[in-house]
Design a protein around this ligand. Structure first.
Ligand SMILES: [Zn+2]
Length: 148
């Protein structure tokens, strides 16, 4: 039976995403106000202090958010927080299955059906090394020779 990702982990994932976005906005605002006040040194000290607080705080928020997201998505063991390879596999199982499902959805959306009706359509595979598209049945990349 396939396992389900627990509600708590989903909550952690979305909470982490919110944190990371908040952090990114805060971090990004430093550059925006930096540009807006460029050349204006009237209250430079106050400005640079608030910029540092926002920049640093934003960065911390982003990092924490990303960590929480990955724990939510993959579970504590799967994200490497708990060193337990067996538990990691169990934690990662719903995650990798979900990723596989997303790939399938993307293929469906692009109207590439595997199985029936593939004869007229050429499926290309992308080289991991140089990103060159190669025909499905090629063994080596035509650009860099990497085995596919
Ligand atoms: Zn290549």
């Amino acid at each position: 039976m396939p396992k389900k990702i627990s509600g708590g982990r989903k909550t952690a994932y979305y909470a982490g995403m919110a944190l990371a976005i908040t952090g990114a906005i805060s971090f990004g605002s430093v550059f925006v106000s930096g540009i807006a006040h460029f050349g204006d040194f009237s209250n430079f000290e106050t400005q640079s202090k608030s910029m540092m607080a926002r920049g640093f705080g934003g960065m911390v928020l982003m990092i924490v958010g990303i960590v929480v997201m990955s724990v939510g998505a993959r579970g504590a063991a799967g994200s490497g927080l708990v060193l337990d390879p067996k538990k990691a596999r169990e934690d990662l199982e719903p995650f990798t299955r979900m990723a596989g499902g997303m790939v399938k959805d993307a293929l469906d959306e692009a109207d590439i059906k595997l199985g029936k009706g593939t004869s007229e359509k050429i499926i290309m595979i992308r080289c991991k090394k140089c990103n060159q598209l190669n025909e499905e049945d090629s063994k080596f990349c035509q650009e860099c020779g990497q085995s596919l």
